[in-house]
Design a protein around this ligand. Structure first.
Ligand code: 13P
Length: 253
């Protein structure tokens, strides 16, 4: 059985002091354990302060990016060990905003995922096609290539520690979501791709989250789909009530 995972990606929002207020509100609203994994991913600068808020609660801490080297002369970068030491358990890797604006390639996504894994972090590896790729009928091909690129060199025994997030680029921050059935089909395609690499038994353990304009109003229908194992939430995760409603929708779906 795959445990549902609801992750909030706060992107480049919230100073440390604002982040503490939001994290406290999230923890307060989600105090009761309900069998769902919840994680919030504030900016690097707020990780330590938010870590102190969520420690001992059911809300986990995640980062939004990681460098693949353990340490070294890489100005501005942050290693998996550094994140781990701050209490992070998750890290988002290969978000489309990083692919689009910061030159993230499949090769880097692969190295970052492996580095996260080696430090005991759960990588949430993001994949997803752009609108023009979808319109050209290439969505399945693009997403499969991203999955294969991200998982190159992974040992099958480690794949259980991976979470994937399917985030169609055209759905991010636009208010447009993939229809639940279309998202479900893509998730099935992703799982089939993983099965092609590591076998069906391994593939069936991997959590595949949906991301892209997930809101309290559409969360339940999305999360009811058999292949959708959770959500990676952007905008709505900046509102504690909305985020908590999405977690509740996951519980009842
Ligand atoms: P929105 O929920 O704001 O569309 O963002 C999705 C996302 O990019 C999460 O990583």
């Amino acid at each position: 059985m795959r445990r549902t995972l609801i992750a909030g990606n706060w992107k480049m929002y919230k100073t440390p002091s604002e982040a503490v207020v939001l994290a406290e509100a999230v923890v307060k609203r989600l105090s009761a354990p309900d069998g769902i994994d919840v994680v919030i991913c504030p900016p690097f600068t707020a990780l330590e302060a938010v870590g102190k808020v969520v420690v001992g609660s059911r809300v986990g801490l995640g980062a939004q990016d990681v460098h693949w080297e353990k340490e070294g002369a890489y100005t501005g970068e942050v290693s998996a060990e550094m994140l781990r030491d701050l209490g992070c358990r998750y890290v988002i890797v290969g978000h489309s905003e990083r692919r689009q604006h910061f030159g993230e390639t499949d090769e880097r996504v692969n190295k970052k995922g492996l580095a996260a894994l080696a430090s005991g972090l759960t990588p949430i590896v993001c994949v997803g096609e752009t609108l023009s790729e979808r319109e050209a009928g290439r969505a399945n091909e693009v997403v499969a290539a991203q999955v294969k690129g991200a998982l190159s060199g992974w040992a099958s025994r480690d794949v259980q520690f991976l979470a994937l997030a399917y985030e169609p680029v055209w759905a991010i921050g636009t208010g447009q979501t993939a229809t639940p059935s279309r998202a479900d089909e893509m998730h099935a395609h992703i799982r089939m791709t993983i099965a092609g690499l590591f076998g069906a038994d391994v593939a069936k353990e991997v959590r595949i989250l949906y991301g892209g304009s997930v809101k309290p109003e559409n969360a339940k229908e999305l999360l009811q789909q058999s292949e959708i194992d959770g959500a990676l939430v952007g905008g709505a995760s900046l509102d504690a009530d909305a985020f908590a409603s999405i977690v509740k929708a996951a519980k009842s779906s």
